[in-house]
Design a protein around this ligand. Sequence first.
Ligand code: ATP
Length: 358
Amino acid sequence: MREYRIAAIPGDGIGQEVVPAGLEVLRALEAREAGFRLHVETLPWGSDYYRRHGRFMPADGLELLRRFDAIYFGAVGDSEIPDHVTLWGLRLPICQGLDQYANVRPARLLPGIKSPLAGRGPEEIDWVIVRENSEGEYAGTGGRVHRGLPLEVATEVAVFTRAGVERILRFAFGLARGRSRRKLTVVTKSNAQRHGMVLWDEVAAEVARDFPDVSWDKELVDAMTTRMVLKPQTIDVVVATNLHADILSDLAAALAGSLGIAPTANLDPARRSPSMFEPIHGSAFDIAGKGIANPIASFWTAAMMLEHLGEKDAAARLMAAIERVTADPANHTPDLGGSATTRRVTEAVCDALRGANL
Ligand code: ATP
């Protein structure tokens, strides 16, 4: 029996709804597969923990996490605590502290789900966006001088290291090589940002020599937004900086139907530390506690986690169950124009997993 230790961190807002739903689905899958066991420990970290302890996770939180095989994360964000405090309190310290440098965000039109792009079908929106997740614009470098005075200055310095740029480009080329279209688009803004972004262009050309079987092109980030809308079929794998890919992947999620569907893996490809799997959406206070959050993103995220753990058959079965469920509009939550609840969608996926014909 293969055994895995999973740290579940539901966190804030709808994370408290979609992570338990995901764990329920994983239990149904585990009962069906029989080849593996998941030992799940739920950690109560997040904004309520901060209110009680003055921090979002314990001081030795990273060391605690290192004992697990994977982290299943919900969201962090609170209506009373500024976003930069919550983000830098929990999610970014985990991603950066565990060197989960590759943020992988698939965007695909699932069966039954319509893109807001008129007339576009599943064969035209099937992308993977790879986001550099350890440095760049979110390196945290900078500061404020003359705080509160009229001459106040703030700097926010993007940091690009050759090693950091090279490792994410190698990862993205490798990922593109494993897909049928073997195509990579390297997104930068190297016309206007002539240091870090030109380094990206140079390193991309160097790394490309080791991947002659991958066809690649370059796109400026502004042009990329129009290409995603007007020529989605020309895109396969995309790699970009922390900020650029953050923005592009929200657009990708919307074009693939809803933020409530889109999953993310924060990977340490070297596997020195556990990787973290989460929906790309945040805490979504407007719908928290109403039981209507779309749990599909957290289910797809769970499938990515199983795939990373080496449970490829189980991951494929879970994706098949998800696709069977999305194909029926009666299972669409309000973000997809339906009236289904989180509970209904969760039960539908569990039922599909228990069914004999999957
Ligand atoms: P945060 O500040 O934590 O990033 P947010 O509320 O600003 O959270 P998101 O949670 O990313 O932003 O989502 C923006 C909006 O998209 C939400 O307010 C909600 O209306 C919708 N949304 C996001 N995720 C879901 C979901 N799983 N199901 C349904 N609607 C969702």
